[in-house]
Unconditional design. Structure first.
Length: 126
């Protein structure tokens, strides 16, 4: 029973009420969300190419392997100039989640904010 409770902490639910894990969050859905946000501050972002690249590279990968994949593919699709790329990423940072709860259901920006530093660190190390 204890394992089921712990497991449930890490389940997310889509609009149809179906459960999925955090790994699946780092897939096409996040690529679409990131792309839509990025295009607001960087209209030249190649949304379709980024989403397709994510789909091609994350299949079968764990959550921890998907973060550097997102970073690498973002680096390929963002401006080459580091300051400009950083400006794009910080431009989509989003508001802090004041309750620190429901980050995947109520404050997707917090999920993004929590993982953007990891993604930026990976971009810098590439």
């Amino acid at each position: 029973m204890k394992n089921n409770i712990l497991l449930n902490k890490f389940l997310l639910y889509n609009s149809e009420g179906l459960a999925y894990g955090i790994t699946e969050m780092f897939s096409r859905n996040l690529a679409e969300l990131l792309s839509d946000k990025i295009m607001i501050v960087y209209p030249d972002f190649d949304r379709d190419s980024f989403i397709q690249s994510i789909e091609n590279h994350v299949v079968g990968k764990t959550y921890t392997r998907r973060i550097p994949i997102f970073a690498s593919l973002l680096k390929e699709h963002l401006p080459e100039d580091y300051e400009r790329a950083l400006s794009v990423l910080t431009g989509i940072w989003g508001e802090e989640n004041p309750n620190e709860t429901g980050m995947f259901t109520h404050a997707i920006g917090s999920c993004l904010s929590g993982n953007l530093p990891k993604i930026i660190v990976h971009i810098v190390s590439l």
